[in-house]
Design a protein around this ligand. Structure first.
Ligand code: PLP
Length: 370
């Protein structure tokens, strides 16, 4: 069997930065969900994306949950949520006993369609409390019209930037346009802490409140006293040490992901019926995964390619299955024009692992050409 090629796997620094921070935590016995690595990771991360404040949490999902809570989303409120995404975007809406309404993507960004968003804001006037957009695969949504709509209709904008660390919109980092942005450091993301997440905002008071909720909402008292519902959502000092080391190589990882995208595009872009994911002029993409669609009138389907690559020990995936097609979410309203259905039916995520060599990339391209 030839060497396994992964979709996107953890890639620690060659320099061993992560181990230095982990060793420091061991030597000082800060093996806990607090400590210097947590505090420093928050500061370094906030600096990198260019925002005031950050709270390091146990996962990106926890970050979305606390962003919704910080935005005041509760029982019966409506959250307008991008349909084309991973379920982790939408699940926290249910944790808060709120109601998701799913919005389709547009073909130019693969992310939330601003026209459909406005329709939904009109339809759910007064009940819509927040808008939850996603920057899928490192493609940025078209933020200007979305930010404008959220201001016009007075709803909180939350950006799920789990896949877009290192992605900029008109020179400003994704995840910093809304009131809240969230990031993920799961094992498959562009950098990883094995598992973890970050909530960012320019609102210092809300971020402080988030840290409070994430540590069981312990009131300031000698005894254990709680005036609010709490969660155990803080990032561990060990994981934060991995994150600090990974942050030092983030720009290298972005450069390699972009290289992979350009390699595929050059090799495969001319094949009949193939279209690569759209990288717009306003978007400097981290190219987290290189994705394409195959015209439905072609004989070869994405599944044929996935199965063929799998036979050669190479991992690839379909595009996310939209939330409005998920059995769990089927009862909720959906405003759509068919774009996310099309992307799900005809899309393919190519292996985009930063450890891939040119020979690996060429092997994948040759198999697809076959
Ligand atoms: C990975 C991911 C999440 C969840 O992050 P976790 O850290 O795994 O909880 C949320 N949204 C999107 C779009 C993701 O890709």
């Amino acid at each position: 069997m030839p060497k396994k090629i992964f979709l996107s796997s953890p890639h620690m620094s060659d320099e061993g930065y992560e181990m230095e921070y982990i060793n420091e935590a061991f030597e000082t016995n800060w093996i806990a969900p607090l400590g210097k690595n947590v505090d420093e990771f928050e500061k370094e991360f906030a600096n990198y994306v260019g925002i005031g404040h950050a709270a390091a949490l146990s996962s990106g999902t926890a970050a979305i949950h606390l962003a919704l809570k910080a935005a005041g989303v509760g029982q019966g409120d409506i959250v307008l949520c991008q349909s084309l995404t991973f379920s982790a975007t939408a699940n926290p809406i249910i944790y808060q006993n709120a109601i998701p309404v799913f919005i389709d993507s547009d073909a130019t960004t693969w992310n939330m369609d601003p026209n459909l968003l406005e329709q939904a804001l009109i339809k759910y006037k007064d009940k819509a409390k927040a808008v939850l957009i996603v920057h899928l695969y490192g493609l940025s949504a078209d933020l200007d019209p979305i930010v404008e709509l959220c201001q016009k209709y007075n709803v909180t904008l939350i950006e799920d930037a789990a896949e877009s660390l290192g992605t900029f919109y008109k020179g400003k980092h994704t995840g910093t346009f809304g009131q809240y942005g969230i990031f993920s450091f799961n094992g498959n993301k562009i950098i990883t802490t094995s598992g973890g997440g970050m909530l960012v905002s320019n609102d210092q008071e809300r971020i402080a409140k988030t840290r409070f909720w994430a540590t069981q909402a312990r009131d300031i008292a000698r005894h254990y006293q709680h005036s609010e519902l709490g969660f155990n959502y803080r990032m561990s000092n060990i994981c934060a040490g991995i994150g600090r080391g990974q942050l030092k190589v983030l720009n290298k990882r972005v450069a390699k992901k972009q290289y992979i995208y350009n390699y595929y595009k050059k090799e495969l872009g001319q094949l009949p019926g193939i279209s690569f994911m759209p990288i717009n002029d306003f978007n400097t993409s981290n190219c987290w995964l290189s994705c394409l669609t195959i015209d439905p009138d072609q004989k070869v389907k994405p599944l044929d390619i996935m199965l063929y690559l799998e036979e050669h020990n190479i991992e690839s995936r379909p595009i996310w299955k939209p939330m409005h097609l998920q059995p769990f979410f089927k009862e909720y309203d959906y405003l759509g024009s068919g774009v996310s259905d099309y992307l799900f039916d005809n899309g393919l995520c190519l292996p985009s692992d930063t450890k891939m060599t040119d020979a690996d990339l060429q092997r994948v391209c040759d198999l697809i050409k076959e």
